[in-house]
Design a protein around this ligand. Structure first.
Ligand code: UT7
Length: 343
């Protein structure tokens, strides 16, 4: 059985930077740069322009990852697309990405499968476990795995929604997962979920338990009540469980790999809140220079966070061949996961 390794990385963030001060000045939100930085570590985030879709961000990141892997589009055998902000209820973003990348225009056309992963902030790790398993089993060779989000369309950018909307940003990260006979790659992955907390962080724009699934007014027009439009979060519950589960799943990874955190060169922790990560790092005894952060400039980009950090740290030289790295995430569901890789 071959090892599965990340043969290429790519990223894309929309050009429009929105600072904390702009949330106040442009959106009229009753908040401040000081509050957001002190409570979350976020200084700015990116927002995509209207008309840009999640798959569009993913397309740019994917092209970069495919090129970085030394491959061409036609070498890809499967797409795995993790997002909580797909263009539509269905189909998922995976097929839009497949269309954007022009698989049908290849000679001969290549109708690669496109799998959509709905595990929010843990989506990239769920996707990595899936992609690595399929590559190792020999079912496919090169999997394009993407985490991409357009959060800015689904958050209430007024004072009413500030607890959630000051946290999130748009962006995309992509990797190619490939087989290798070299002694490297994904060493293991650990996933978990606790559906008792499914409502603690959610966006319930529609509800198929209703008939019809959208509310209908007296004239027969469907509508969504404003409280259902936006993402909702019980911040304190999420915070507490994030800390607990990220520590737990990191320790589980070390235990099963028979290593300690000292053996790991770089830690990629999901970026929901700088305070969560600092607490996790302190509890696990991780030195600051081994922990990668991007929350300051992008906020929480959910499924895109970890591949974005991988791609950027590879390009700035921090992530080097031969390093042992740990990926850890927690998010809505609740879902969580970790993975250990030799780069
Ligand atoms: O990817 C996984 C998903 N997300 C997370 O992991 C996030 C986890 N949770 C958190 O990061 C934190 O709970 C938050 C940053 C969301 C909130 O921090 P907190 O220390 O738990 O604050 P809080 O919700 O208890 O709010 C304290 C006060 C409230 O005002 P009152 O009721 O005390 O008057 C909020 O209305 O802070 C207020 N507040 C804000 N004030 C200024 C909430 N958001 C803001 C804001 N600007 N953006």
């Amino acid at each position: 059985m071959p090892n599965a390794y990340i043969s290429g990385t790519g990223f894309y963030v929309p050009p429009r930077v929105v600072t904390n001060d702009q949330l106040v000045e442009e959106y009229g939100m009753d908040t401040s740069h000081e509050w957001i930085v002190k409570r979350t570590g976020i200084e700015e985030r990116r927002f995509a322009e209207e008309g840009v879709g999640t798959a569009d961000l993913a397309t740019e990141a994917s092209r970069m990852a495919i090129e970085d892997a030394g491959l061409e589009t036609g070498d890809i055998d499967m797409i795995v697309f993790a997002t909580l902000s797909p263009e539509h209820a269905f189909p998922g973003s995976g097929v839009y990405l497949q269309r954007n990348l022009g698989f049908a225009d290849l000679k001969p056309p290549k109708f690669v499968p496109a799998l959509d992963v709905r595990n929010q902030c843990s989506g990239f790790l769920y996707g990595l476990a899936t992609a690595a398993s399929m590559v190792q089993a020999g079912g496919v060779k090169h999997v394009l795995l993407v985490g991409a989000e357009i959060q800015s369309a689904g958050i209430d950018l007024t004072t009413r929604g500030r607890t959630v909307s000051s946290l999130f940003g748009d962006g995309a990260g992509a990797v190619v997962v490939s087989p290798t006979d070299e002694d490297r790659g994904v060493r293991g992955w650990w996933l978990g979920a606790d559906g008792r907390f499914a409502d603690a962080l959610s966006q319930k724009v529609w509800d198929v338990r209703r008939r019809p699934f959208l509310k209908v007014d007296a004239e027969g027009n469907g509508f969504v009540p404003v409280e259902d439009v936006w993402a909702h979060m019980n911040g304190k519950v999420v915070f507490k469980h994030a800390v607990e589960k990220m520590i737990l799943v990191m320790m589980q990874a070390c235990w099963e790999q028979k290593i300690t955190v000292k053996d790991i060169d770089l830690f990629y922790l999901h970026q929901a809140n700088m305070r969560i990560n600092q607490y996790v790092a302190k509890q696990l005894g991780l030195p600051d220079e081994k922990v990668v952060y991007n929350i300051q400039k992008y906020g929480n980009t959910t499924a895109a966070t970890i591949p974005l950090m991988l791609a950027e740290s590879q390009r700035d030289g921090r992530l080097q061949r031969g390093m042992k790295i740990a990926l850890v995430a927690f998010g809505s569901g609740f879902t969580w996961g970790s993975a250990i890789l030799d780069w």
